[in-house]
Design a binder for this molecule. Structure first.
Ligand code: PLP
Length: 405
């Protein structure tokens, strides 16, 4: 059980008024709000611990370095990686995926294949497309069914001697599907193929253990787990990170530079060129500590209750069509009502203080599969309540009336 009043009190933004209504924030899959300890960490970082990391002999630089490296350890523990050297700080999921696509891509040859699912966010499609184009490799799509689920049997059929990597979302940002990534990894590994997990919509919502999954790579974003924007994580197994070439070049990632030859730094610094966002990393750690204190099992249970309640209530609305009906789902609902355009629905809800997302949610192939332009998406977080879902349901009823549906 979570103490919802206590949690809500940590998020001052939830008291904002929008067009005279109390804000009902249901856009957590896009980004989450920040609790006081995270904002305080950012402020205190700049007020008391601001000096460039790793290079300084002076006290302040050492303090900043210690905090930055302690944050790496917090991340390691949070996803249960074996070593801190396997934790690379990035700008977010998109950059983490791009790092692997670009560097793993260097190992590809003509005719090689990369498998991604049909429900992926564009950031787990386009980087692979670019690298496939460059290398003459082929991007292979693992299809979804009407419930928004993949088939492990189809995956087995798609894997062949040309397959080099499988990259798949742990949880879909449009359909709420929680993919059986452990089984995907096991099938891929039986064939000697590594797997990249897009954890943008899983790590914030339930316990993710990279060793238990045996994931080769995992990406997630700080801002989707109540942390700051502009910071994220790439986890990679040491054996893979050692094999991959560097991504960006510059300071921090080198060992020795001469005009004849440059040697590279050890992991994880080989992949962290330039001054890292050390205020971001320490404040991400504050967010992860916040989540750990609540308990990820409690987070999962709370959001499951919300999504079950929302699904039941929304299904009572005439003309409601929910997209994504997987057996295992995460905390969001994508829907359309009658023939009301999602933008119109989103605009009416906004006027009532309800923040939902409308459109293709950066997953146009998923929308194409269902033959729609977009959906309305309500996505839940730790501070949301059943009362807020009631407000959403009433708002939809108001919109229906307005459009005579
Ligand atoms: N992957 C998924 C499943 C997402 O939902 C998102 C963001 O919505 C991303 C990747 C990209 O995350 P970011 O924009 O934080 O890099």
């Amino acid at each position: 059980m979570i103490n919802i009043e206590k949690i809500r009190a940590d998020f001052p933004i939830l008291n904002e008024q929008v067009y005279g209504h109390k804000l009902v924030y249901l856009d957590n899959a896009a980004t989450t709000q920040k609790p006081k300890p995270v904002v305080e960490s950012i402020v205190n970082g700049y007020y008391h611990k601001n000096a460039n990391v790793h290079r300084g002999v002076h006290w302040l630089s050492q303090e900043a370095t210690e905090a930055h490296e302690a944050a790496r350890e917090t991340v390691r523990k949070f996803i249960n990686a074996e070593k801190t050297s396997e934790i690379i700080f990035t700008r977010g999921t998109t950059e983490s995926l791009n790092i692997v696509a670009a560097t793993f891509g260097e190992l590809l040859s003509e005719g090689d294949e990369i498998i991604v699912s049909q429900m992926e966010h564009h950031s787990n499609i386009v980087p692979w497309q670019l690298v496939c184009e460059k290398k003459g490799a082929r991007l292979v799509m693992l299809p979804i069914d009407n419930n928004g689920e993949i088939s492990l049997e189809t995956l087995k059929e798609l894997i062949n001697e040309k397959t080099r990597l499988v990259s798949i979302a742990h949880a879909s940002n449009t359909l709420a599907t929680v993919n059986p990534v452990k089984e995907v990894i096991s099938i891929a590994h039986e064939n000697g193929i590594p797997v990249m997990i897009d954890g943008a919509q899983s790590v914030p919502h339930f316990k993710v253990d990279v060793q238990e999954l045996d994931a080769d790579f995992l990406a997630f974003s700080g801002h989707k787990i109540y942390g700051p924007t502009g910071i994220g994580v790439l986890y990679g197994k040491e054996k893979w990170l050692d094999k991959l070439p560097p991504y960006q070049a510059g300071g921090e990632m080198i060992d020795k530079v001469t005009f004849e030859k440059t040697t590279f730094n050890v992991l994880p610094y080989k992949f962290e060129a330039g001054t890292p966002d050390f205020i971001g990393s320490t404040s991400l750690a504050a967010a992860l500590d916040y989540m750990t204190a609540i308990g990820m099992d409690n987070v999962e249970e709370h959001e499951r209750e919300l999504v079950e309640y929302a699904t039941k209530k929304l299904n009572e609305i005439e003309g409601m069509r929910i997209y994504g009906n997987a057996k295992k789902r995460s905390g969001l609902v994508s829907f359309l009502v009658s023939d009301i355009h999602p933008y119109d629905m989103g605009t009416i809800l906004d006027k009532l203080g309800i923040a939902v997302r409308t459109g293709h949610h950066c997953a146009q192939p998923t929308m194409d599969f269902f033959g729609i332009e977009g959906t309305v998406r309500a996505s839940f977080g730790i501070y949301n309540t059943k009362e807020e879902i009631d407000i959403l349901v009433n708002g939809i009823a108001r919109a229906k009336k307005l459009f005579h549906k």
